[in-house]
Design a protein around this ligand. Sequence first.
Ligand code: SF4
Length: 344
Amino acid sequence: MKKEIRIGNLSIGGQQPIRIQSMTNTDTADVEATVAQIQALQAAGCEIVRVAAYDIASAKCIRQIREKCKIPIVADVHFDYQIAIAAIEAGADKVRINPGNIGSADRIKMVADAAKSSGIPIRVGANTGSLDKKYWGTEKSEALVQSALENVRCLEKAGFTDIVIALKASDVAASVKAYRKMHALVDYPLHLGITEAGAYDSSIVKSAMGIGALLLDGIGDTLRVSITGDPLQEIRAAKEILQCAGRRTFSPDIVACPTCARTHIQLEKLYHQVKEIVEDIPYYLKIAVMGCIVNGPGEARDADIGIAGGEGIGIIFKKGKPIAKVPEEQLLEVFRKELQQMLK
Ligand code: SF4
């Protein structure tokens, strides 16, 4: 089990749920736009948000942003220790630095001391895109681990141990390998992510493979699904991945058959109608939309409730057992009533 670390009003690591994180893509100096985006992310289920502190002025804006947002704010800092210190003084709940590009041990110690006196953690982010030259010839996963560990030791030497580690590579296999190695080596919480994963379609596949594999191994304490585009999509994707990995539940899961020659109903249409009915239910239920009476209920035996289509007639089933046989045109309505009854 990983060390439990406090970040703002919540904890990560230990027995805590795996927290969903995202990052704003507004200009941090535009406080109004950044606050609006954070509030939208928060409403969608984001639990920790990172903002880029790219200069002293943007770092200082964290103070106003912090006052208007409930979820913990992480300042993302590169190259300049003074920006990190400004962000900490402005009330950031955590700083993300890459000590490798912050500079000398003295400067890293100054950031560590500032974080310690404010009682906030530091996330060490090793990224294949910004590894020190000395790691260029090393195998990617090993380079990520060694680089991150070097930075961790640097913070430990400065007397700082409220550390979270991220190992980011756009190469899914290298990321997974690196996280698995690191998991075995340290008890610091791990922040998962596949970086630069592209737009939604591409990212959901890469992230589900990489983050999903790690979650199934029991690895990970926070995660971000990196998506080129609206960060709100990251929250939806993160929830899907966590739920599929069986690590958290958020909403109903609809299982639907892929259709075959036995399908005699408009299954795709039915699937979307059912999805519309159930998507606002704020907890987990397994719902099945199956194409035929022959195999449908059996294939979806563990569904809480489901529909199986047929030839002009269909059945509603609960836990694999048929409970009502109804004409096809009434299937959806009867399903809706049965679902409402079940939810009561
Ligand atoms: S549930 Fe029936 S219709 Fe759907 S794929 Fe299976 S056999 Fe085919």
